[in-house]
Write a protein that binds this ligand. Structure first.
Ligand code: TYD
Length: 137
């Protein structure tokens, strides 16, 4: 079955808040549909810079703006949509084979990424032409 941008989901995460502030827990297969094997975060992104600009052959991810805001442009080769992440209690689930670009970072933005696999450069699709070819198959 073809994976489309409609398989990307904004997931409302639990938010435990009291007078001391807020806390958001995320557990494998509870809030998200995969096992977390790796986490990384993007920060100190200079104004006007973009990140991403690739797709993954197998990797699934959840992206959370834990601080500040940015836009995620999602593209399945046919359709595009832009999701703005600006709350620490919303995560964007991105399945495999979705081209994504992260743009419009606010100053001080921090993007937390939870990933379903170890880092493997071979698993990236960094050519948009190759991505389109794979999506056409
Ligand atoms: P890159 O995939 O270009 O970042 P982004 O997609 O967020 O713009 O990765 C930047 C560098 O970091 C590149 O040299 C690969 C390295 N990297 C790791 O070593 N481990 C990781 O888990 C990730 C995501 C990247």
């Amino acid at each position: 079955m073809t994976i489309t941008i409609h398989d990307c989901k904004l997931i409302e995460l639990p938010r435990k808040y009291d007078r001391r502030g807020s806390l958001t827990p995320i557990s494998n297969h509870q809030e998200i549909p995969f096992d977390i094997i790796r986490t990384y975060y993007l920060y100190d992104v200079p104004g006007g810079e973009s990140r991403g600009g690739h797709a993954h052959r197998e990797l699934q991810q959840l992206m959370v703006s834990v601080m500040g805001a940015f836009d995620v442009i999602l593209d399945d080769g046919q359709e595009k949509k832009i999701v703005r992440l600006d709350r620490a209690y919303f995560g964007l689930y991105i399945p495999k084979l979705i081209w994504r670009e992260l743009v419009n970072f606010s100053s001080g933005a921090n993007c937390l990424v939870l990933a379903s696999m170890p880092y493997d450069e071979m698993e990236y699709i960094r050519s948009y032409d190759e991505f389109q070819m794979l999506k056409r198959d």
